[in-house]
Design a protein around this ligand. Structure first.
Ligand SMILES: [Zn+2]
Length: 301
C-alpha cells in the first residue's frame, strides 16, 4: 500500500493511502510572512476525508472550503461540525464524534477516535522553547484560565496588523477548542496515531501502541488536565513512553504564526528526550510536502 505523508505546516498533513486521500486538519492559508508550502485551501482538488483534531482556526479553518469543493467528508468534534454546518458544508458530509467511534474511511482503512486534551495555551504568551522548563499554573479554575486566555488574546493583537487581520479572517466563532481528539488510523501498512495539540489523557494513550505517532510539539503540554511541570521535550517524551511507537513524527512545531511562534521550534531537546526515553523509536523529521513514506523502513519494536 502506498502510504505517502505530506506535511503542510502547523498540524496539517495529507495522507495518501493508495487512492484514498485523507487530510489531517485543514489549515493551509497562513498569515503573510509565515513560511509554508504555499498551497491554499481553495486549491485543494483531492480529498476523500478530513479528520479535524479540534476546532481552533489553525486546525479547522480551510476544512469548510475543501469539503465544499471536493465533497470530502469531515470527522470532528460536535463543535467542529457546528462550525462547518454554519459555513455551508452539507450535513451528509459531516461526522460528529466525541471518542469511541470507529469510522470506516475506505475498504481497508478505519479511523478510531479517542478523547484528548488541548495544550495549556492560556499558560503562556510566546511559545516556550522545547527545552524550557515551565513550572506552576496548577489547579486554576475554568474562569481563571478563561481570564488568562483573554489576556493572551489582547496581547496577540500587539503582534501586528497582519496577524490581527488573519485572526479576523479565520475566526469561525468556535466555542473554544471544542474538545480535542486524537485519531488512530488502522491501515494494512500499520497503525498511525494523529494528534494536533500538545495534550493527552495518559490513561488513553497507554496500550494504543501505534506504529507511527504524529505528536504535536507546541506550547505548554497538558497532562491529564494540568500543565506539565517541565519542558515540552519532556512532555513529548512522556507521551512516547506511553505509546511506544516505532516512529515519531512531530507536528505544530513550525513558525506558523510569527510573533506567537518565535521561529521554527528547535527540536534538538525533543530529539534528545526521545532518544533517552524510547531509544528504539526513530524520529522522522519532515520538511513541507516531502512526500515521505510514513511506514517505510520502520524499526522493529
Ligand atoms: Zn488549538
Amino acid at each position: 500500500m502506498d502510504t505517502t505523508l505530506d506535511w503542510f505546516g502547523c498540524a496539517t498533513f495529507r495522507l495518501a493511502l493508495d487512492d484514498l486521500v485523507v487530510w489531517l486538519d485543514a489549515y493551509l492559508d497562513r498569515v503573510p510572512g509565515a513560511p509554508g508550502p504555499g498551497v491554499r485551501a481553495d486549491e485543494v482538488a483531492e480529498a476523500d476525508w478530513i479528520l479535524v483534531g479540534h476546532s481552533h482556526f489553525d486546525h479547522v479553518w480551510g476544512a469548510e472550503r475543501i469539503a465544499r469543493n471536493t465533497g470530502a467528508r469531515v470527522v470532528g468534534s460536535y463543535e467542529t461540525v457546528r462550525v462547518l454546518l454554519a459555513a455551508g458544508v452539507p450535513p451528509r458530509q459531516l461526522v460528529a464524534v466525541a471518542g469511541g467511534e470507529r469510522v470506516r474511511l475506505g475498504p481497508h482503512v478505519v479511523a478510531v477516535v479517542y478523547p484528548s486534551q488541548h495544550s495549556c495555551v492560556w499558560a503562556h504568551r510566546e511559545f516556550p522553547g522545547a527545552g524550557e522548563v515551565c513550572l506552576g499554573d496548577l489547579g486554576l479554575t475554568y474562569d481563571e484560565r478563561q481570564a488568562r486566555f483573554a489576556e493572551l488574546g489582547a496581547w496577540l493583537v500587539s503582534v501586528g496588523p497582519d496577524v490581527l487581520e488573519h485572526l479576523r479572517a479565520s475566526d469561525q466563532h468556535a466555542l473554544g477548542d471544542g474538545g480535542a481528539l486524537v485519531f488512530v488510523l488502522e491501515t494494512p501498512a500499520g497503525r498511525l496515531l494523529y494528534q494536533d495539540t500538545s495534550g493527552c489523557w495518559t490513561s488513553m494513550l497507554r496500550n494504543l501502541q501505534p506504529d507511527v505517532a504524529i505528536l504535536a510539539a507546541a506550547g505548554r503540554g497538558n497532562l491529564d488536565g494540568e500543565p506539565i511541570q517541565g519542558s515540552l521535550a519532556q512532555f513529548v517524551a512522556a507521551e512516547a513512553r506511553l505509546l511506544q511507537p516505532r516512529r515519531v513524527v512531530l507536528s505544530h512545531h513550525d513558525d506558523w504564526l510569527p510573533g506567537f511562534t518565535s521561529g521554527d521550534l528547535d527540536v534538538a531537546p525533543v530529539r534528545a528526550a526521545l532518544a533517552c526515553t524510547v531509544p528504539r523509536s526513530d524520529l522522522l523529521e519532515l520538511g513541507y510536502r516531502g512526500g515521505d513514506d510514513v511506514f517505510g523502513g520502520l524499526p522493529g519494536r
